[in-house]
Structures are given as C-alpha cells and as structure tokens.
Design a protein around this ligand. Sequence first.
Ligand code: NDP
Length: 330
Amino acid sequence: MPYVAKESRYASMPYRRCGKSGLKLPAVSLGMWHNFGSLCSLESSREMLLGAFDLGITHFDLANNYGPPPGSAEETLGRVLKSDLRPYRDELIISTKAGYGMWPGPYGDFGSRKYLLASLDQSLTRMGLDYVDIFYHHRRDPQTPMEESLGALVSAVQQGKALYVGISNYGPEDTRAAAAILREMGMPLLVNQPRYNMFDRSMDDGLASAVADVGAGTAVFSPLAQGLLTGRYLHGIPADSRAGSGVVFLTPAHLTPDVMDKTRRLHAIAEGRGQTLAQMALSWVLRLPEVATVLIGASRMEQIEENVRSVADAKPLTTEELTAIEAVLK
Ligand code: NDP
C-alpha cells in the first residue's frame, strides 16, 4: 500500500522556535542513532519513521556514523524517503553530522574541512538527498582551528548542501566562540546539540545560558538517558533492550543500585501526576525555554506514541513536583 500521511499529523504536536531563527522544530524529534541501521529490520524502521511523521514528528536526526554499521541509518532513511516520504520532503527537517571516526586514514575523523565536506557528500548520497536541513559538527576538534571546521559548515550552506549549521558536544565557551566566528562569516548558529536529562545536568553549568545568549536553540540528545529514565528496566534487563543487547554505550553496569533506586522513586512521582516515567522525563527537559526539541530514540512504535503523548497532553511540572524530583536527584 502506498503511504499517505495522516491528515491529522499537525493536530497535536507543539512546534518550538529554534533560538532566534525562523525555524520551528517539533517538541519531540526522532533520532536514528540506534535501531535504524541495516542490522535492524527495514520494516520496523519504516513503521517508526512513518508513524512518527503521522504524529507530527517532522525532524529526523542522523549522523554519518549511525547504524550499525556506520552509514546504514542514513541508507535506511534514504530507502524510506524513496519509497514513502519523498512527496513530503518540504515538510521534513533532516539533520546529519560529521566529527567522529568514519573512514580510515587522517581524513575520516574530527574536524578538518577535508573530512567534513567529503562526509557531507557521502551522507547526501546515502540518503539520496540534494541537501540536508541542518549540518552539524559532531564534536569539537581541539587540533583543528574552529574557523576551519565552522568554515566548512558555512561552505556547505553556500554550496546549497545544507540550510542551517549546528554544533554538538561543544561546551559553553566553545559555543560562544563558535557563534562569534560564524557571525563574522555572516552565518548564524542555528543550534547546539548537547546531552541533557535528569541524570546528566551538565547543560545547567552555563551551556543553556550560552546558547540563549548567542541566539541559538538547543536540540537535546538522550533525554531519557538511553532508556534509564523509562519503565524499561524497572523489572530487570530485557534481552531486547539497549542495556541487554551488548551495546557499549549502555551496559548492565550502568544500572547501579543508586540509579535503580532513583529511577523507582522518579517513577512514583510520575505515576502521581498521571504520567509514565518517560513522559515525565521529557516534560522535565522541555520545561527549559532554551530547549527547542528533545531527540528521542526508540526501538518500537509504542515508545514513540507514549513519548509524543507527553507533549500532546502537555502537563507542566508544578513547583512541588520539581522540588520532589530535585530531592531524588541530589
Ligand atoms: P533516549 O534517551 O531517548 O533513549 C532512547 C531509548 O530509550 C530507546 O532506544 C528505548 O530503549 C528507550 N525508550 C524510549 N522511549 C521509551 C518508552 N516510552 N518506554 C520505554 N523505553 C523507551 O535517546 P538516545 O540515547 O537514543 O538518543 C536519541 C538521539 O539523540 C539519537 O538517536 C541521536 O539522534 C541523538 N544523539 C546525539 C548524540 C551526539 O553526540 N550529538 C549522541 C547520542 C544521541 P530500547 O532500545 O532499550 O527499547
């Protein structure tokens, strides 16, 4: 059956302005770091991508190295664009990044102009696109002048291969410096992409204000702490979960007694306000006006539906609830 997007797709998703730009992002976006590579079923990836779009998720976040194997998440998106989403390209915000190791030798990693522009060409080929909406430098490269890495992003825009530029994993000072360099080049910084969730508060240490001061927005990654801030591990480690499937980024060692104790207490607070823990974790990140969007991951459609309900039936956290959460996290 040819895919036809649901007419109701814009009925309940809030769209939040990204910094001072003209671009609005859905409060919940879908990241393709895990569960969209060629080792996963194309049918499951397709179901999640189309299901997400039907719920108003207009933004898909990628990087050159997402898979596994690296590159294959972009290929998956390319397949689904070709089979289903191509007619909706102008309704979609597709981002990709370069900055981590992608191919052998000195030109396949970090932040040289050589690497970033070659990588973007490869990403566009894998996705079958003429341009991405946002091209990110994935991490700061201490050995390459920031002017060179950022100049490559600007060139990508000038060449028509990207519409906006972003940085990821840049700290507060680097964010201010990057925005100043880009401003001199005549290019506003659209967005910074840091990790932020109830278990990782590093964005509170000056990053949120730095991003706001330079007029950029924030796209938060791992808002659910890779699944720790959900009901996923409340009754053990499921074999098909991220921590149960041998992924190096989240292992059973991360589920310490302290983490599990906090998770259970947060779960109780969420229940008390009629939400799941995942929904409360997203509400908590989205309480910050500096956050334009949360980039969630998912392994099945039900998770995306549950997560989107947290913004469709928005329930701002009360002062009492925020205090109770702080008491658990301290
Ligand atoms: P999350 O913190 O949202 O974790 C996603 C995982 O949580 C899912 O794979 C799933 O785990 C579990 N989950 C999600 N929703 C639910 C739910 N409702 N109930 C139970 N479990 C749930 O984000 P990710 O760590 O996956 O990162 C999201 C995106 O952020 C990435 O895809 C990527 O786009 C971006 N990112 C960027 C980085 C950067 O350096 N710029 C680094 C990391 C991520 P399970 O698979 O076990 O079912």
